[in-house]
Design a protein around this ligand. Sequence first.
Ligand code: PRX
Length: 631
Amino acid sequence: MRIRTFDDYQQAYQQSVEDPEAFWAGVAQEFQWRKPWTKTLQWNFTEPNIKWFVGGKLNITENCLDRHLAERGDQPAIIWEPNDPHEAGVTLTYRMLHDQVCRMANVLKRNGVGKGDRVCVYMPMVPELAIAVLACARIGAIHSVVFGGFSAQSIADRINDAQCRLVITADGAYRGNKEIPLKSVVDDALIGCPSVEKVIVMTRTRTPVAMLKGRDVWMEQELKQVTADCPAEEMDAEDVLFILYTSGSTGKPKGVVHTCGGYMVYAAYTFENVFQYEPGQVHFCTADIGWITGHSYIVYGPLACGATSLLFEGVPTYPDAGRFWDIVDKHQVNILYTAPTAIRSLMGFGLDKVENHDLSSLKVLGSVGEPINAEAWHWYDDHIGKNRCPIVDTWWQTETGGMLISPIAGVTKTKPTYATLPLPGVQPMLVDENGQEIEGNGVSGNLCMKFPWPGILRTTWGDHERCRQTYFSTYPGLYFTGDGCLRDEDGYYRITGRVDDVLNVSGHRIGTAEVENAINMHTGVVESAVVGYPHDIKGQGIYAYVIADAMPSDHDADLTKRDILATVSRVIGPIAKPDKIQFVSGLPKTRSGKIMRRILRKIAEGDTSNLGDTTTLLDPAVVDEIKAGAV
Ligand code: PRX
């Protein structure tokens, strides 16, 4: 199954298209199943209804942990690097991780959690986060990890949507020189969350926290009450493994649902092949486990392959901008997987921070989360990989579970800014506005998939119709990614960015509608419109046009802007704060009341020369006013 050459890739690809069931059955056989599946794939993209490895029984933690004990029980599974480089880190071997996951699983059981129950995890990037996630999977509970940068309101929305029974959190989190009071944020959230019965609190920062009798328990004390004996729950391949909330163009974030069998097979297959992982190598994915990249390529993919996964608590610029390179040097990292935003921000600090570190252990570099510009690609290639490490620009989404379009390291010829070719099992299709396929090379269009792969989302939690509407109705019979894409003369794919109202800010996915709703909650705001604009480091910045009750005076405008930012932080979280706010007296709307975002985007981009046809606007004069006041 392992791809080693471009011929292997072509053969695998061909088989995966001609006989997908045989192809994926071959891959899946390499895992440990309690009971084999009876049908490899059942699907349609109309309902949609997608099932892989039908009737198969397994537990993903047996594959990520138990299976490795005999051969590599003493090999590091997780290397933890704390926020403060002077604090001692932690290395957990597979045996130690197995032991701790079983103990944590028993703690969950002791606190009333069983198969199918939902557990919200709001934690710092510490080993206990990976342990908590795996402990849920061990007993068949469904985890919903919420990134530590989200607000109480966002946590409450997610908890209520999934009706979580328990929350796992910590007193606080260290991020660079900041301390985030996680438990206190959870306490605020839980005021509106009647489904939550218990909260397990880990000690990290020793920040004083409120502990409510009957509801809140300390993780450390709970762990003393249990043994390390916890047989894994037998799960159906299609039982839900986790929910992960992600933003779309409308409404509140959706709970993307992934299931046990297909997700495991896909995360592991892509991890091993794309990075050309070799036994004993150290893999450092810099994402947070609060995002899909962390789920698939810090926890499940690497562990399912018996790899050593490095988990970093801090940020790339603390204590200084050499931190990543320090970690690579210290832990002899072989595979580094990070986001273009991080690369662009580190580029700005110059080469001094890079050159005093030994990066010779690096073999493969990865990029994920947003388009990587040529300048960042070359800097990564020249100064980090020293032109001897292949760069894999991996394109995928929360909904896809794993990478879909990506080079295979050292196998696929790379081209800066291109995600290159579809991985085996992935059948991309470009379509025009009317849903017509755009064939041939040297073309661009909207990126769709015409056939399922094992890691595709199965539904959105509690609202299957929303899943159908969002992904499967724009182009009937196809999965629509929301991305625009170019296929060049060589048949190579280059993702050009979202074609819907979703922003990608520093690799974080944010819906414009979500930000607008948050701004509109601020007192005195009548209406707002949010668009993205190119940002040198973040990729995209957030530009908000705001209509206030009364146009604020110059003096008040600054204060009001800061109040709006505080409101957005409170409602969503600091990651959604607009970079620019412009007060306007009106928005460019068509006679039917639709905001013409095209115009607002152009103005935000600073390109006011050609705004296109504005004659259909209700009040074309408003455009001149907005142009004149652009910030
Ligand atoms: O627009 C694409 C962009 O990120 C979106 C998915 O965001 P999310 O679900 O948060 O997952 C991010 C990590 C997998 C996509 O629709 N994106 C992701 N990877 C790339 C990318 N854009 C260009 N190139 C990439 N390599």
